[in-house]
Write a protein that binds this ligand. Structure first.
Ligand code: ASP
Length: 312
């Protein structure tokens, strides 16, 4: 083949491959932190119905938010050290839109209030009394979220803890979710009642865009669970997405973000776990401590998978 013809045909082949990559639409998928089969299943069903990743992550968060036995999210969440259940949540779509609420009391589905902040206000974050006022204006109902079970646990805690907020390695079940919709678009969400028996007024990473959740439709998304102070100080989810943008796999990106915490702050007795997914639908997970797991629903099949960790 003459040189020019050869160059022309290889360029065409290259273009065809790039176009193929551009046209590649991955299968829908939804993943969530921890054992959240009902949540990912609800999210999956929603994606099958509306096609949208954003609807999927919101529906997925609804399940633990309404579950009184889930003591780290929504209704039944453990209160702060003064007995108030205060909620944090955020949501982000594939266009880079984001909404969040912090220190919200009395609303069972903070994830939907966060979505309303994103869709109906010019702001990203509403907090405390203002977030509640907005929620009520939007038609959300105010209710008591402190169950008898959580109240009892708080009263027991008060007897021994002397009002000292303590970091607990196991008690982290915040739900973080990532999904790819039918068009392959990414969305992410997070919802929590935060660290059990925290100081009144404490806000964690869960409503922080780039902390607990970050999505970029050119790259993928990431979400976090664990001691929010360290996720915030390293902007973990944003960091993971940027690592993936540099070409790292979701697994490698999660590992490097965990190592950022381990190296910078030296290892202490706390847990952080990350999940990530890229635009090909490949996913990864990594945590500081053993015991972190995550749930994935794909092709309608739900699986709980144990994550690797820094500490063995
Ligand atoms: N990340 C949450 C927070 O710090 C806690 C958790 O994941 O359980 O508020």
């Amino acid at each position: 083949m003459r040189r020019r013809t050869f160059l022309q045909s290889t360029t065409l082949l290259g273009l065809a491959a790039t176009n193929q990559q551009k046209n590649f639409v991955p299968e829908p998928v939804i993943i969530a932190t921890w054992k959240n089969e009902k949540g990912t299943k609800a999210g999956w069903d929603k994606i099958m119905q509306t096609g949208k990743a954003l609807d999927g992550v919101e529906a997925g968060a609804w399940v633990p938010e309404a579950d009184p036995n889930e003591t780290t999210v929504g209704y039944g969440g453990y209160p702060d050290r003064d007995g108030h259940v205060t909620l944090d949540a955020c949501i982000m779509d594939h266009l880079g839109n984001a909404g969040s609420v912090t220190f919200l009391e009395g609303i069972m589905h903070p994830i939907s209030v966060a979505r309303a902040v994103m869709e109906k206000t010019p702001h990203v974050m509403l907090s405390g009394a203002g977030a509640l006022q907005f929620a009520l204006e939007q038609g959300f109902k105010k209710e008591n979220l402190l169950t008898e079970k959580s109240k009892k646990a708080w009263e027991e805690w008060k007897k021994v803890a002397k009002y000292e907020p303590k970091v607990n390695i196991e008690r982290h079940d915040t739900i973080g979710l990532l999904a790819l919709g039918k068009a392959g678009e990414i969305a992410g969400a997070c919802s929590t009642s935060g660290m059990a028996f925290k100081m009144h007024g404490r806000v964690g990473d869960s409503p922080i865009i780039g902390g607990a959740v970050y999505c970029d439709d050119e790259v993928g998304g990431a979400c976090a669970t664990g001691l929010g102070e360290f996720v915030m100080k390293t902007l973990g989810s944003f960091l993971i997405v940027e690592f993936m943008r540099q070409g790292k796999s979701p697994q490698q990106a999660c590992e490097d973000a965990i190592m950022r915490i381990v190296k910078r702050y030296k290892y202490q007795e706390f847990q952080v776990g990350y999940l990530a997914i890229n635009k090909k639908g490949e996913y990864g997970a990594y945590a500081i401590q053993k015991g972190f797991n995550f749930t994935i629903t794909k092709h309608g099949v739900t699986q709980v998978i144990e994550s690797a960790s820094y500490m063995s």
